[in-house]
Design a protein around this ligand. Sequence first.
Ligand SMILES: *Cc1c(COP(=O)(O)O)cnc(C)c1O
Length: 427
Amino acid sequence: MSITNFFEIDKNLLKLDEAALEKCRGQFENIEKTAEHNQLKVLSAFIKNGVSEADMSGSTGYGYGDKGRDVLERVMADCMGAEDALMRHNFVSGTHTLTVALFGLLRPGDKILCLTGRPYDTILGVFGIDGPSDGSLADFGIEYREVELKADGTPDIEAIKKALKAEHYKMAYIQRSRGYSLRPSLKIDDIKELCGAVREVSPDSIIMVDNCYGEFVETREPCEVGADIIAGSLIKNPGGGIAPTGGYIAGRRDLIEKCSYRLTCPGVGREVGASLGHSRELYMGLFSAPHVVGEALKSAVYASSLFELMGYGVTPRFNEKRGDIIQCITLGNRQALIDFCKGLQSGAPVDSFAVPEPWDMPGYSDQVIMAAGAFTLGSSIELSADAPLREPFAVWMQGGLNFHSARAGILLGANRVFSQKNTDKNK
Ligand SMILES: *Cc1c(COP(=O)(O)O)cnc(C)c1O
């Protein structure tokens, strides 16, 4: 195989690589079909909304009358199967985007119920879960509750219905991706079931979905199966690896309007916000996203297949249905975890020479190691991996702008783990 023309890989590992690829064929076909469907969905949204070259030019100052910005938001709404959307480089991260939506929709005295257990780490401070941090929703008198997941990591529909019957919640909150937990990600059918349960018991609760890492993984998005509003990051799936920063909110028009008053100012809303020179990157990124998400999914499926053949625990398995682009690999010990990250980093297009080391990251109880050699800082639609240094020494890996390079990166990570293991055996 051609990889040996450029990189040194253990011969025995190359055999596993071949076998792993062979096992992935069926999944790859499914991924291609989904990517094609989503690509046509995106293309027709561009055509329907009459995207023109002039829409890419951008505005300055207040950004009044920025047609390109407005058209982009209509295209995004259509791509997400929603009535309306906000999509801007002014959102600084996924967490900020979710925060704008939450503060835009909730008022003092409102209650929010999370249906999917403990949310993603960076959201805890927004809700004020571990004590009302300054400026959190709790600080503004908005009460947070959650329904624990069942032992198998799936939502507890009966407990959710019971909670919604007992009290009125302004919002029901769903996290689609597994984040950095071992629970399975939600599939669109799971989200549909959750929305149905909420509607049955509490029809006027707003259903919000944290859609991070989920966009374009399936052929439908949460708003197409009952969610009222969704939000996500543009340095993940829907930015296609081209958007340099930003986020989006999509959903019901009346709710999007409320969010726009929090994004800028009450009374002003979405009419302002200079797009500067970023419109073109946001259009191109969205256009590329279905294909790039397909490449990231192939990379995850391949890694799952390869590491399973190497004898490691993986979730999801290569042939399981996926709801996000994240792959978890349990490497079992500290050294293997560090080796994997170092190997992956050595195969990155940017900063391949950097050597990741575990460090005491603020806000985390254990040391964390990260591998990322990306064109956009922190971009996780590009091949990247993160892991806390604690039992069971699992690494969360995601992204890959194209399968060929991601396969090389994964194989270099595997090679480092593989050679170390065999050296230890021969000692
Ligand atoms: C990435 C992510 C977010 C947002 O994270 P940022 O780093 O702020 O963009 C929120 N929720 C989930 C589940 C995520 O995966």
